[in-house]
Write a protein that binds this ligand. Structure first.
Ligand SMILES: [Zn+2]
Length: 189
């Protein structure tokens, strides 16, 4: 990393954060952004994308992966960090959700809340990739590859366009899907 130390320091609020593997992966998601784009996250939109990606990446490699391998997991896939959230929330314990019907009109200019606008688009594009004959790994790879092109102060629209462009560059054939799912959140380019 360039502007932060090379370590993850989990917090101790409520449940000790390192007890929930999805928290560790979420924080690693921040490290990925900061490694690719020095100083990343100087706007609310950029910060929200950072929070959202961490949540998405945590579930993609956590609950969703566990379900795919047939491991018994009680948590819903749209519900990140369900163990960490037990001290903050009523059941079902979700620190945030991927399936809230939020659009830009709902933004509160808080990165964790607004990130849920972005998360739903990521979450809906994911099965769209499978419907298109691709895999969830293809989607994850395209999205992560696009992050190299994000500006430190990116807007939602600018970042969505980078993902859309990357999908075209990689030959995914999913540009219409990506544009439509972001547009459903009010994110256009
Ligand atoms: Zn975070």
């Amino acid at each position: 990393m360039t502007d932060k130390g090379d370590f993850i320091r989990p917090g101790k609020g409520g449940v000790d954060d390192a007890e929930d593997a999805e928290v560790i992966v979420h924080e690693y998601g921040h490290a990925i952004h900061h490694d690719r784009v020095p100083g990343y996250g100087t706007t609310i939109d950029a910060g929200a994308i950072g929070e959202s990606f961490g949540d998405y990446f945590a579930v993609s490699t956590g609950t969703a992966a566990a379900h795919r391998y047939g491991w018994e997991v009680g948590a819903e896939e749209a519900c990140p960090m369900d163990w960490d959230a037990v001290s903050y929330t009523a059941a079902p314990h979700c620190i945030r959700r991927f399936d809230r019907n939020l659009t830009l009109a709902d933004r509160r200019n808080r990165v964790h809340f607004d990130g849920q606008i972005w998360s739903r688009a990521l979450w809906e594009i994911r099965p769209g990739y499978v419907d298109a004959g691709l895999t969830t790994e293809d989607w994850d790879t395209t999205m992560i590859d696009a992050q190299f092109d994000f500006a430190a102060d990116t807007s939602f629209g600018a970042a969505a366009e980078k993902i859309w462009a990357k999908a075209g560059e990689r030959g995914d054939g999913t540009r219409d899907l990506i544009r439509a799912r972001f547009a459903a959140r009010g994110i256009t380019f």
